[in-house]
Design a protein around this ligand. Structure first.
Ligand code: NAD
Ligand code: ZN
Ligand code: ZN
Length: 381
């Protein structure tokens, strides 16, 4: 089959790889019809991870079931399904409690998270390919209505829609709340959209990229351009000096925030603490790594990211972090799409054939031409 394969820094190719096959009785094979490129794929592409050459990209996948293992109960060939980026077992302590983003078995290692097409999160191949093997299929596959309707909405159920929603859940967003979201790429835009779906009264979205801020305005959020000055101050000025009830960090560190001059690892979290009113809630879906790659202290070695714990304590803030529990939210978010109450595809900027992946990775890496969310189509010529 054809797949998008990592060859080394800044090298991605579409090439023939072996077809996946059923390996366990609870596996299915899915023929992929839509698969997105994510910021974390760009981290692999740019050589910022330990990914081995030969890795197949992709963890935001939707398709039609082609083949089912002998132990699969609720799925059959022809079913249309979307797959969670956090592969989960459904039976471990965390999965049973709904924390499927912290599955204890799916990584087959000590990592408390399994994911497709990622580094050190289990032997799960990526889905930027014609076919994908899905383990623990009855649990992981989310059935979708037959046909092709809402394809570019449903594919966002694999990651960014539930991940943005997760940011709101972690922050404790409730009807009437004011909410600040840092980052206006797919996860931040989905967090803002989710906050509005949850009944937030006003949602502020901070970034410094005009076309992303424009999409925030398009859904009824208030765009805050970081280029106009301290965003926390801008938001306090618009909330009678109080700050917002909730805040979401959809930037993370260092992959998203690192642009050379943004060299303070916890700067977004620090801004969030300044932005949210005392006793408010903070959600951090933005991925943070434990050590700061480029900050090395002669005595200490690699420096850790620092959190403004004093200000966090003084304000009595609550803080939630972690990988999205996709399976906890995906059914309800699917049903909002099916009922016409949610249209997350407003973040999709490009839909292209899979064969164009090498060019797209190059352009997306440059963030040229308004790339926000790119959907690849393996069956398009
Ligand atoms: N927790 C999860 O399960 C989960 C799932 C998906 C993605 N993520 C993480 O969420 C984060 C966002 O993902 P994405 O795909 O939207 O990422 P992205 O890298 O495409 O977007 C980050 C956005 O933040 C903006 N930004 C950078 N520094 C900023 C600052 N100081 N203030 C305000 N905005 C700033 C950038 O301009 C960009 O628009 C990443 O860290 C990603 O790894 C986490
Ligand atoms: Zn993703
Ligand atoms: Zn589990």
């Amino acid at each position: 089959m054809r797949a998008v394969v990592y060859h080394g820094p800044f090298e991605a190719a579409v090439e023939e790889v072996p077809d996946p096959r059923i390996e366990q009785p609870d596996d299915v094979i899915v023929r992929i019809t839509s698969t997105c490129i994510c910021a974390s794929d760009l981290c692999i592409y740019e050589g910022r991870t330990a990914a081995e050459p030969g890795t197949v990209f992709g963890h935001e996948d939707l398709g039609i079931i082609e083949e089912v293992g002998a132990g699969v109960i609720a799925l059959e060939p022809g079913d249309r399904v979307v797959l969670p980026f956090t592969v989960a077992c459904g039976f471990c302590k965390n999965c049973v409690a709904g924390a499927t983003g912290s599955c204890l078995t799916a990584a087959l290692s000590r990592a408390a998270c399994g994911a497709a097409g990622q580094v050190a999160l289990g032997p799960h191949a990526g889905g930027q390919a014609e076919y994908l093997r899905v383990p623990c299929a009855d649990f992981n596959c989310l059935p979708l209505p037959a046909g092709t309707e809402h394809e570019s909405d449903y594919v966002l159920l694999a990651d960014v829609f539930p991940s943005g929603y997760h940011g709101c859940e972690l922050a404790g967003v409730a009807p009437g709340d004011t909410v600040a979201v840092y980052g206006a790429d797919p996860v931040g835009l989905m967090a803002a959209y989710s906050a509005l779906l949850c009944g937030a009264s006003r949602v502020f979205v901070v970034d410094d990229v005009p076309d992303r801020l424009a999409r925030a305005r398009q859904i009824g959020a208030i765009a805050v351009d970081a280029a106009d000055g301290d965003p926390a101050q801008q938001i306090r000025d618009q909330t009678d000096g109080a700050g917002t009830d909730r805040g979401v960090d959809a930037v993370g560190y260092p992959f998203a925030a690192w642009t050379g001059d943004r060299d303070e690892p916890a700067s977004v979290l620090y801004q969030l603490v300044q932005t949210v009113r005392p006793t408010g809630g903070l959600g951090v879906p933005g991925s943070c790594v434990p050590f700061v790659r480029d900050l090395v202290d002669e005595d200490v070695g690699q420096r850790m990211s620092l959190v403004a714990i004093g200000a966090l304590f003084d304000k009595g803030l609550r803080l939630g972090t972690g990988q999205a529990n996709v399976k906890r939210y995906d059914r309800q978010l699917r049903d909002l799409i099916t009922a016409g109450r949610a249209t997350p595809s407003f973040v999709v900027s490009h839909e292209l054939p899979l064969d164009e992946a090498p060019t797209v990775y190059h352009d997306f890496g440059q963030r040229s031409d308004g790339h926000i969310k790119v959907v690849l189509k393996p069956d398009a010529g």
